[in-house]
Ligand binder design. Structure first.
Ligand code: KIV
Ligand code: NA
Length: 282
């Protein structure tokens, strides 16, 4: 199948066909997303939290991101693949951002990059797009700023914040972004922004009126089922499966069968030695 491109996204926005996006971080998650005909796959810096166990996304490096991007690219034929520029790889200057974006494209092999922030990074977005790289924006809750924000929270629940998000989204569109993620904003705010922009909006915790939706793979699959981890699964995320429970059960069954000698049975002991070889061996 032909890879999804920016023209498809533009067309789908006009037709009102919703864009389906999911994160992936490795080969198996990428293959699953591809086989499920997901439109856009994001190698998110959320990898820091759901795959590497860090408390925030700030801890992931550009080198880490490239490593994960390469694995995802190996598993995805059809989806457009977007890679997150991580915290610290684009804020210093447009030049720093451009060199990071080029690395993510050339070494990570992704189709487009995403970075967080609105008005204050639009010069950077413009320069990256002028440099030939497709950019997706990300406004509302921007998790990479969590240490300055002081925790994860929703954005745009008062008029001032809602106006800021609208202006940020507009500025990104003007700078040449091909789409913008709206994270943790009220549905009415996301709806209004979606109606005013001509580029697609992708919502997460932003209600049903955006041009598309994105969820974090591990969260929507119910990968981390322990009470300890349940805390970090956001309340807007529907769990479409209890994959973590299935994995836990498999591991415990394996443990028990090894201990009681049930595994490996004859079926799983496939390498046989001819009798005469065996006798000689003894
Ligand atoms: O890193 C991530 O998973 C993201 C999505 C939540 C949009 O940026
Ligand atoms: Na991200």
């Amino acid at each position: 199948p032909r890879r999804v491109n920016l023209q498809d996204l533009r067309k789908w926005k006009v037709e009102g066909r919703k864009i389906v996006m999911i994160t992936a971080y490795d080969y198996p998650s990428a293959v699953h997303a591809d086989l499920a005909e997901i439109d856009v796959v994001l190698v998110g810096d959320s990898v820091a939290m759901v795959a590497l166990g860090h408390d925030t996304t700030q801890k992931v490096t550009l080198t880490d991101m490239i490593h994960h991007c390469r694995a995802v690219v190996n598993g995805c034929k059809r989806p457009l693949i977007v890679g997150d520029l991580p915290f610290g790889s684009y804020e210093v200057s447009p030049e720093q951002a451009m060199s990071s974006a080029y690395r993510l494209i050339k070494e990570g092999s992704v189709d487009a990059v995403k970075l967080e922030g609105g008005k204050k990074i639009t010069e950077t977005v413009h320069r990256i797009v002028q440099g030939g790289i497709a950019v997706m924006g990300h406004v509302g809750l921007t998790p990479a700023s969590v240490s300055a924000i002081g925790g994860f929270r929703s954005f745009g629940r008062n008029c001032k914040e809602a106006k800021d998000i609208l202006e940020d989204a507009f500025a990104l569109q003007e700078a040449g972004a091909f789409a913008v993620v709206l994270e943790c904003v009220p549905q009415v705010v996301a709806k209004h922004i979606t109606e005013l922009l001509h580029i697609p909006t992708i919502g997460i915790g932003a209600g049903k009126y955006t041009s598309g939706q994105v969820l974090v793979y591990h969260d929507m699959c119910g990968m981390l089922q322990h009470p300890h981890h349940a805390k970090v699964t956001p309340k807007f995320c529907k769990k479409y499966a209890q994959v973590g429970e299935a994995i836990q059960e498999a591991l415990e069954n394996y443990r028990d069968e090894v201990r009681n000698g049930e595994f490996p049975s004859e079926t799983y002991s496939p390498y046989h030695m001819p009798k005469e070889e065996y006798e000689q061996f003894l």
